[in-house]
Design a protein around this ligand. Structure first.
Ligand code: ATR
Length: 317
């Protein structure tokens, strides 16, 4: 008896949900989406469809897996289909730039876009990853102005973070990287861009070169420690963490990385990259719709992200 009742309830519920889905997509519904490869584990549809639902907008967001060499065709196709807006992820954040008719100056300086906004002539590129990180840091009361900042890594992400730090008034930026030459090159680029001598590069093993008198804001900008390699940490040496008062790991899966744990063990505050993910999405949505997302709706998305983070063990982009 119980089984039959459950089955009926399930059928009703499935039908109701199917009906909701059919009703959701109308003739006036606009499409946004993600260009990347792979895209299977992305959390962006969850972010943007939650926002569309909460703001009662006729908008759906879908992932598009773009085959290698296909980014120009994808952009042209999206133009032809009058797609409202797109996110761009690995491996196309730089490769997409030649196919845009305009680019925001900050995104151009970083050399990477993650958001495309439709206008009359085509798509304009923006970068909301870095402003997203900035908003996350503000939210977490992490100051940048006047700070002594350590950036762990010297890849594209680390370079962009260094640009943000110099723009927001960091006093000193030290890029620590496995390959010293890369850290030195990025530091040079940051100094050229800012017209200062704020940045320098050192080897990731040169912990002794850090000042004993200084306590640093350390930003972990590599993929070391990301699921499934959760036992890895970019710097093992405990003495390093004595010098860190705030640790920001751009990884959000797992929610607490070994880097974060080591910072906390030494009394520092530690944060993961989930809020950066949240705010890059909020900012993209605001660019597409021209409307500010309310604190209540931001909170709703964040709660859903936390739920997914709790339940998922897959690496998401
Ligand atoms: P992204 O564009 O996402 O930043 P990337 O350009 O491949 O990616 O950069 C990855 C960064 O992580 C680099 O700084 C890399 O160090 P190297 O320049 O020496 O390659 C760093 N990295 C990756 N795996 C690492 C590891 N196991 N130990 C230390 N650093 C690592």
């Amino acid at each position: 008896m119980l089984i039959i009742r459950n089955k009926k309830w399930m059928e009703r519920n499935v039908l109701r949900n199917e009906g909701e889905l059919v009703g959701m997509i109308k003739g006036c519904t606009r499409t946004c989406g993600l260009l990347g490869n792979p895209v299977e584990h992305t959390l962006s549809p969850m972010i943007h469809n939650t926002l569309a639902e909460s703001t009662e907008r006729e908008l759906v967001y879908v992932p598009f897996c773009v085959p290698q060499g296909g980014i120009e065709a994808a952009v042209r196709g999206a133009e032809a289909l009058n797609i409202l807006g797109l996110n761009v992820t690995v491996p196309y954040k730089s490769a997409v730039i030649p196919f845009l008719h305009d680019i925001d100056p900050f995104a151009e300086r970083i050399g990477a876009v993650n958001t495309l906004v439709r206008d009359i002539d085509g798509f304009k590129g923006y970068n909301t990853d870095l402003p997203g990180l900035y908003r996350a840091m503000c939210d977490d009361h992490v100051d940048i102005e006047g700070e002594h900042v350590l950036i762990l890594g010297a890849g594209g992400v680390a370079r962009a973070v260094a640009m943000l730090m110099v723009e927001k008034g960091a006093k000193e930026i030290i890029l620590m990287n496995r390959t010293l030459q890369k850290a030195e090159r990025v530091a040079r680029e940051v100094n050229e861009f800012s017209g200062t001598k704020t940045a320098r590069g050192i080897s990731i093993t040169s912990i002794g070169e850090l000042s004993d008198k200084q306590s640093y804001l350390a930003i972990q900008a590599t993929s070391v420690g990301m699921y499934p390699n959760i036992d890895e940490v970019i710097i093992e040496d405990d003495t390093f963490y004595d010098k860190v008062h705030v640790g920001y790991d751009l990884i959000f899966n797992p929610s607490s990385t070994r880097f974060m744990e080591k910072v906390q063990e030494k009394g520092g505050r530690a944060y993961n990259g989930l809020k950066m993910l949240l705010y890059q999405g909020i900012l993209a949505y605001e660019l597409w719709t021209g409307e500010e997302v309310s604190a209540q709706n931001i909170n709703k998305v964040y709660k859903r992200l936390l739920e997914v983070q709790k339940n998922e063990t897959k690496d998401a982009i």
